[in-house]
Design a protein around this ligand. Structure first.
Ligand code: NJP
Length: 243
């Protein structure tokens, strides 16, 4: 089992929101993070804002989760740099909200490509390393993993799939790889800005603005990693306080 106080973590979607907060917290607590996303300037800012003494524990790399070869190269590079891979956090994801009747087919395909296929690629590619390390996959699901909400049905379908993946690992890889699925409600990130329907955007944006801080979700990623050996948080739902 990996050392719960010093793990090597492969993270996607590290350029903003929950991913950036997770990278920052894990590095601060002594873990090594291979932080990926498409936007290099955001990744550089994330690294540069860390205290100089912590910057050696993060490696940033541009990567699109829909590019299978790029993920394979990145995971190989992570293992080559840090010597092992203990935890993956396939956090990259997006939701584009629209009424089904007016939705763009390409938006549905993008959500499936990133939220399902991107996550599957991370997990499948990392699996041999995770088995060797008796490692952990931490999925970022959603309250949409168990419920279906109006105007976001396809996003909900992708997050149902994420919850199923976590459960599949728990059952098929018992004793080999652990899995945690964190299911948040609204978090104050750039997430809602993917929605182009201005009426829906204006309706939803205030709820996300008063949502949880991304650092609160990051704290639960840390908890799942640092509690290895004591127990596994299989799945946990986090909601805004008194919302
Ligand atoms: O959103 P945001 P969150 N390849 O927009 C990356 C879930 N969630 O932090 O590539 C690689 O700040 C993108 O990076 P970039 C949600 O479903 C959220 O809230 O540079 N990366 C960025 O780093 C998602 O799974 C809420 O554009 C790609 C990141 O994804 C996770 O939380 C509620 C990519 C998105 O950061 C993080 O989202 C909930 C690609 N093709 C679940 N496409 C919430 N915020 O309320 C996107 O239940 N990214």
């Amino acid at each position: 089992m990996p050392d719960p106080s010093s793990s090597v973590v492969f993270l996607t979607g590290a350029s903003s929101g929950i991913g950036a907060a997770t990278a920052q917290l894990l590095v601060e607590r002594g873990h090594k993070v291979y932080a990926t996303a498409r936007r290099l300037d955001r990744l550089q800012a994330l690294r540069d804002n860390l205290p100089a003494g912590q910057q050696g524990r993060i490696h940033i790399a541009t990567m699109d989760v829909t590019d299978v070869q790029a993920q394979s190269d990145a995971i190989a590079d992570c293992v080559a740099r840090f010597g092992q891979l203990d935890v993956v956090v396939p956090n990259a994801g997006l939701g584009i909200f629209a009424n089904l009747a007016e939705a763009d087919l390409q938006d549905w395909h993008t959500m499936v490509e990133v939220n399902i296929n991107g996550v599957l690629t991370t997990v499948h590619t990392a699996l041999p390393h995770l088995i060797a390390a008796k490692g952990l996959v931490i999925f970022i699901g959603s309250v949409a993993s168990r419920n279906v909400f109006a105007f976001s049905g396809i996003y909900c379908a992708t997050k149902h799939a994420v919850l199923a993946m976590g459960e599949a690992i728990r059952q098929d890889l018992k004793g080999k790889v652990a899995s945690t699925t964190i299911c948040p409600g609204a978090v104050d990130t750039d997430f809602i800005e993917q929605t182009r329907d201005t009426e829906l955007l204006n309706q939803y944006r205030p709820n996300f603005k008063k949502g949880m801080r991304p650092s609160f979700i990051a704290e639960h990623v840390l908890l799942a990693i640092e509690h290895r050996g004591k127990g596994v948080i299989s799945d946990i739902t986090l909601r805004p306080d008194l919302a």
